[in-house]
Design a protein around this ligand. Sequence first.
Ligand code: ADP
Ligand code: MG
Length: 578
Amino acid sequence: MSTLKKFIKYYKPYKNLFFIDMFCALIVSAIDLAFPQILNFLTKGVFTGSSSEIMKSLWIVGAGLLVMYLLRYAGQYFITSWGHIMGSRMESDMRQDLFDHYQTLDFSYYDRNNTGEMMSKLISDLFDISELAHHGPENIFISSIKIIGSFILLTMINSQMTLILLAVTVAMFIFCLRKNIKMKSVFMDNRKKIALVNSSVQDTLSGIRVVKSFANEEIEHNKFKLCNLKFLASKNSSYLIMGSFHAGTSIFQGLLYAAVLISGGYFIAKGSLKPTDLAIYALYIGIFLNPIEVLINFTEAFQKGMSGFKRFLEIIETEPEITDRENGKQLINPCGKISYNNVSFHYDDTSEVLDNVSITIDAGKTVAFVGPSGGGKTTLCSLLPRFYEVTDGEITIDGIDIRDITLKSLRKSIGIVQQDVYMFSGSIRENIAYGNPDAGKDEIIEAAKNANIHDFIMSLDNGYDTYVGERGTRLSGGQKQRIAIARVFLKNPPILILDEATSALDNESERHIQESLERLSKNRTTIVIAHRLSTIRNADEIIVISENGIQERGTHKTLLTKNGLYAKYYNMQFEGLD
Ligand code: ADP
Ligand code: MG
C-alpha cells in the first residue's frame, strides 16, 4: 500500500493532465455503454414505424451517432496522446530522481554495488513505468464504469442470467489473482537477470583493453553467455506463466458465453425473455467482458511496472550515511590547519585499518605519508573529504570538526590528485574546466600553463577543443596527470592531497610533473603520498605508516640520522633505482 502511495506522489505535478484524462475516460466509457441502449431504443421505438417515418428519423439518428463518435474520438485521442505524455514525464521525473539520488550515496555504497546493475535500475527498470502510470488509473476508471454500468443494465434485462455470469466471473478473478502472484515474482526475477546482463556488458567493455591484451575474449564470452542464458531462462518462465494465464482466462470467457447462450435459450423457451433482449444482452456481455480483459492484460503491465518501481524504491530509500548536519557550517577560505585527533577507522567488513592515529598539519605545511602498500595511507586521506566517516576520534580543519562542515564547502576546499586520473568524455577544455565550471578561457590556459601542459595542448590540431576519448584513452598517462593537475589549479583549494600522483609515470614524466606539483602545493596545506622518496625530501614532516600504525615521524634529516625504517627504505631505493 505504501508503495502505491509513493507511486501516486509522482502524479502531483500533472494533476490537471490527470483529471482531464479521467474526464475523457468517463466520456469514452459512457458512450460505449450508451450504444446498445440506443440500439434498443431504435429497434423498439423508431424502427417499428412506417418506412417514411424511419427514413426521416434516420437523419437524426445518423447525425446523433456522428456527434457521439466524434466526441469519443476526441476523448480517445487525448487519452492516448496526452495520457502517454503524462506517463513519460513521470518516468522521466523518476529517472532524474534516481540519478540525483545515486550521486548522494556514499563511497561505501559504491564499494558494495556494481555500476552495471545501477545503470540497469536507471534505464531498464523504469521502462514500463510510463505505461503503468498512464494506463493504470485510466484502465481502472474506464473498466470500473463499464463493468458496473453494464452489470446494472444486464441485471435489468435478466437478473437470473446475470447471476450465472457473476459466478463465472468471480471464478475467473480468483484464477487471475493466483496467477498474478506468480507473475509478480517472475517479473522481479526478469529485472534482476537483465541487470546481471547489463553489468556483465559494462564490466567487459570497460575492461576491453585488458581483455584483448590477455586474449581472453573466450572467457568473457562464456561469462556473458551465462548471464544471457539465465536471463533467457527467466524470460521463458515468464512467458510460460503468461501463456497459461491467457489460456486460462479465455477458457473462462468461452464458458461464460456458453452459459449465457444456454440459459438464454432456456428463458426464451419459458417465455420470460425476448430474442431481441438476448441479442442486446449479448452486446452488453461484450461491454462487460472487454474491460475485464483489459484489466487482465493490465495486471501484466501493472506487475512489470510495479516490480520496476519497487527496485527503484530500493535505491531511493537507501539513505546516505554521510550527510550534512542540520546546522552544518560553510567552510569559507580556511587557513587549512588540519588535525587528526585519535582517529580510528575500519571499512564495513574489515578489521581496524587505522587505530588511534593523531596527526597535526599546520596551515600551508606539507606532510608526507610513506610506507608499504596496504598500510592505510589512502584511507587516511579519504577521511578528510569525508568519503568515509571516522569510526572513532575526530578530524578538524581550522579547529572545526569536519562533520560540522557542509559536505559541499568541505570538498570544494580540498583538491585531490591521484594515481589514476578519470577523464570525462569531452574536450580537453571541458576536462580542465571541471575544476571550476565558471572559469573563463584565460583562467583555463593559465591553469594549463601552471600544470606544464599548455604547450602540448597547443601542439594538437584542435588545441583545447581536442576530444580526449572515453576516459581519456587518447592521452598518455603523463598527459592525463597534467590535465588533472590543471583541474586542481583551477579549483584553487587551500588543501591538497597528492596520492601517488606520479607513481604510474616514468622518471622523465615524473620530473616534468614534479615541478608543477611543487608549484601547486605552494601556500596550500598538502598531504603527499609517494613511494619515490626523492620527491618528498623537503616535506615539513614525514610519517611512516605500516599496517601496525605510525612507525616513525620527523623530517627527512632526523629520520635518516635515526637510521630506522625510513632510512632503510631510502637507502634501498637509491641503491636500486636512481
Ligand atoms: P595504502 O594506500 O597505504 O596502500 P589503503 O588505504 O589503500 O592503503 O588500504 C588500507 C587497507 O584497507 C588495505 O588492507 C585495504 O585492503 C583496505 N581497503 C582499502 N580500501 C578499501 C575499501 N574501499 N573497502 C574495504 N577495504 C579497503
Ligand atoms: Mg594508496
